[in-house]
Design a protein around this ligand. Structure first.
Ligand code: SAM
Length: 205
């Protein structure tokens, strides 16, 4: 998703109290959940409102996209939510053993083999997730992309992740408490299959 040339995006981002440049913690010790590639923020905003005892950080690499999330936040005060603009490739320079749960929603599939390291479930990212996770690495992903789903299953199980929840058709299964993302609304309205996977990697530390 790339929205080019959103007028005033940079200024809006600089002025917003939701945006942080570095992570210094929240004013409490509640668990920290992050969404990598939050897009326009529907999921993380709704998740934060419904779960005031969890801290949330939405991460997005483009100004032009993150500013759309800020539009939604103009009239609301959500103390347990912050947003950060950076490329997740640098995620291990932002967090250090602080994260409890990582959400990967409709991540870019990077279909070409030569780009597979860019997939957010590639071994390169899984190594980073180990460094940022407080204890066990807990990942919840949803996607409409069968190839990305199969690749992720392989990559995660090869790296000793245990599956704790899986759906090969989320909208046919029990989807109680599911919060839709912007992409999910579009794909599910289209009748596309949505895959879901929740995994945990127990770290011996
Ligand atoms: C396909 S969109 C999905 C957006 C949203 N999660 C949803 O489900 O509606 C993927 C988003 O991830 C962002 N993204 C992709 N790779 C990223 C990375 N390495 N770091 C941060 N954001 C990334 C893109 O800019 C885009 O906004």
């Amino acid at each position: 998703m790339r929205l080019k040339n959103v007028k005033g995006a940079k200024e809006k981002i600089e002025a917003s109290s939701y945006i942080i440049q570095e992570y210094k913690g929240f004013e409490n010790d509640n668990p920290l959940h992050i969404e990598i590639g939050m897009g326009k923020g529907k999921f993380i905003i709704e998740k934060a409102i419904k779960n005031p005892n969890i801290n949330f950080i939405g991460i997005e690499k483009f100004d032009s996209v993150i500013v759309r999330a800020l539009d939604k936040l103009e009239q609301v005060d959500i103390p347990n939510l912050k947003l950060m603009r950076f490329d997740a490739l640098n995620i291990d320079s932002i967090f250090n053993k602080q994260v409890d749960t990582i959400y990967l929603n409709f991540s870019d599939p990077w279909p070409k083999k030569r780009h597979q390291d860019r997939r957010l479930t590639s071994p390169i990212f899984l190594e980073k997730y180990k460094k940022i996770s407080k204890k066990d690495v807990h990942i919840v992903m949803k996607t409409d992309n069968r190839n990305l789903f199969e690749y992720s299953l392989q990559s995660l199980t090869d790296n000793r992740y245990k599956i704790i929840n899986i759906s090969l058709n989320l909208y046919q299964d029990d989807i109680k408490d599911n919060i839709q993302t912007e992409y999910e609304v579009r794909f599910s309205n289209n009748g596309d299959i949505i895959y879901m996977l929740e995994v945990i990697q127990i770290l011996d530390i």
